[in-house]
Design a protein around this ligand. Structure first.
Ligand SMILES: [Zn+2]
Length: 593
């Protein structure tokens, strides 16, 4: 996509020889027919408009010359009489300092043509997939007509209006004598091949995201950007997202978003913000990657990671029974997803089955403050309130976060505890064609390799999930892969986030208008999409089949499934469990004997 201007649109500066003469003639005819005769303002037109406006008791409207429109696009003056005169003064000065040709170039490069394009180059590529030097008379007349009302004449939505406007521009050209009767007739009949937006407007949310990362004043000095996006993958994922939303229609799901990161380099490979960017009915332009949503259970792994740091182990027993807590200023009794209480459960089971009450019990022990502190280090910038505000509900998704923040945090676990900010730029070239230096963020260790590994091992444990998710659920994949699901209150958001050694994938399913979905869980909503994407990544790249690297400093031993202590002869069985050296149980089970 051709990008960049100070208005978050697409533009690339072009000069007079890059522009079809048709376009210049059409633009003058459409916007300012006395352009070559006036001195920056069109006194005849102003006089006429003033009389109309005085009668209507309004500020001067209309009658802006191309020169005045250039000034407007630079300065954005308020709309009143005083600033109108300032604008006229600037326009007169511009006429003194620039030639007519230079002024029209300023105009063509700055003016909006709709659909977030600024400047004729971007518009020409967007609507006709060709440079502005190759525009036919018919195409030039269509484009020249758009700046008058880029949304009113939006050719994607209102093609007939845009066509009518084009015909009006052509008629004016004929009346001015800049085209012959024959040229006029042929242009009217020429079919207009407008390129569908999906084709020309690639990875729209990612492009917006990139723009948001470049300071306004730098944008105009950039000629091209090479990004980390893997376009082939992006196209596949876009199709998956569309199909997923379609398949969940009857569950009242209207949107989904996906983010894929390469763990080693931290590069964003795919970024799909919604099912359809152009679906304004379902707020398709909102990006589900950066929108604030409640994460449900998706923050639990970080709660448990801190618990391991504080000396708990995967076999530590946690009581899953009714409790009352206070979160966001409200008292409530948290429930488990299945509505049951599970009594004493091992930490591994509590996390894998995503029991709510156990998570709260653990957070009570480690403290909301320390969890919040770590989440902020993991770059959850959205959690900008105090620990008192979130309370223990923080671990159940009481705060609002973004999919991007979740993917960053999970990829940290995938990297054995090393946090890396996402990378989106590979190369930025300035107008002179010189590559700009790209700042590299220093990686930071936020979890030990041992803690990261144990959490990874639990999240990749298909057996431990069975009590909550059943056997052979969509979450179990035929290779080493972690996954955590989440569902926010009243089924508003549904998540599946996880990683292999090489990729972190985050999936959100929901509605931007906050309408609840119908009973969609992580397994039925985001889960299948997560699965499809992981399988696709595995097919694309053989290296995904490798296992997670096991760090030093861990030991394996057999424990009793009931007590989490060393398995004894009276125990109903024994489970192999991993421990950080020193935190393993030392005593033989005394519960079963
Ligand atoms: Zn026992």
């Amino acid at each position: 996509r051709e990008v960049l201007s100070d208005k978050e649109g697409k533009s690339q500066w072009v000069s007079l020889q890059d522009i079809s003469p048709n376009l210049i003639l059409a633009t003058v005819a459409a916007e300012d027919s006395r352009f070559y005769e006036h001195w920056g303002i069109d006194t005849r037109a102003i006089l006429r408009a003033t009389l109309q406006n005085i009668r209507a008791r309004k500020v001067i409207s209309g009658a802006s010359t191309l020169t005045q429109q250039v000034i407007k696009s630079i300065h954005h003056f308020p709309r009143n009489w005083f600033w109108k005169f300032v604008e006229i003064w600037h326009a007169l000065r511009l006429e003194v300092s620039l030639s007519k040709g230079e002024i029209i170039i300023q105009y063509l490069n700055r003016i909006p043509y709709g659909n977030q394009t600024f400047g004729i180059n971007a518009a020409s590529w967007l609507y006709f997939d060709k440079p502005p030097s190759h525009l036919s008379l018919a195409e030039a007349a269509l484009l020249a007509g758009l700046p008058r009302g880029p949304s009113i004449y939006n050719p994607y939505r209102y093609f007939l209006r845009a066509k009518k406007r084009q015909e009006e521009v052509l008629r004016r050209m004929l009346n001015k004598g800049v085209v012959t009767q024959e040229e006029y007739r042929r242009a009217l009949e020429e079919p207009l091949n407008i390129i569908p937006p999906q084709v020309s407007f690639r990875a729209p949310h990612f492009s917006d995201f990139i723009l948001s990362r470049i300071p306004l004043k730098e944008r105009q000095n950039i000629s091209s950007i090479r990004t980390t996006l893997d376009f082939e993958l992006q196209k596949d994922v876009e199709t998956f997202v569309k199909n997923c939303v379609k398949s969940l229609e009857e569950w009242k799901v209207t949107n989904a978003a996906v983010l894929i990161m390469d763990n080693e380099r931290g590069e964003i490979l795919s970024f799909v913000g919604s099912a359809d960017f152009f679906d304004s009915h379902h707020s398709g332009q909102v990006s589900g990657v950066t929108a604030l949503r409640q994460p449900g259970s998706a923050l639990k792994p970080f709660t448990y990671a801190l618990a391991l740091e504080k000396g708990m182990n995967p076999a530590t027993l946690i009581l899953d029974a009714q409790i009352r807590i206070r979160s966001n200023g409200i008292d409530y009794i948290p429930r488990n997803y299945d509505g049951k209480f599970h009594g004493l459960v091992r930490l591994r089971e509590a996390l894998a089955c995503s029991y709510n009450i156990s998570a709260i019990k653990v957070l009570e022990r480690i403290g909301v403050e320390s969890l919040l502190d770590r989440l902020k280090k993991l770059s959850f910038d959205s959690l900008n309130k105090g620990a008192d505000y979130y309370g223990l509900g923080l671990t159940l998704g009481g705060g609002e976060v973004t999919l991007l923040e979740l993917v960053r945090a999970y990829s940290t676990l995938a990297r054995s505890g090393i946090f890396k900010k996402e990378k989106i730029f590979l190369e930025i070239n300035d107008i002179q064609g010189k590559a700009k230096p790209l700042p590299e963020d220093e990686p930071v260790r936020l979890f030990s390799p041992q803690v990261s590994y144990i959490i990874t091992d639990i999240l990749a444990d298909n057996d431990a999930r069975i009590p909550a998710f059943g056997e052979g659920s969509v979450l179990s994949l035929p290779f080493a892969c972690t996954v955590k699901t989440g569902t926010s209150g009243n089924f508003r958001d549904n998540w599946a986030i996880g990683y292999t050694p090489h990729y972190t994938v985050g999936v959100w399913v929901g509605n931007f208008d906050g309408k609840p979905m119908r009973n969609v869980s992580g397994v039925s909503g985001a889960g299948p999409l997560f699965r499809d994407i992981m399988l696709l990544l595995e097919k694309r790249e053989k290296r995904i089949n490798s296992n997670f690297a096991i760090p030093e400093g861990l030991i394996e031993t057999y424990v009793c499934p009931r007590s989490g202590m060393l398995a004894g002869s009276s125990c109903p069985g024994k489970i192999k469990e991993i421990f950080i050296k020193g935190t393993e149980p030392k005593k033989v089970c005394n519960l079963c004997s």
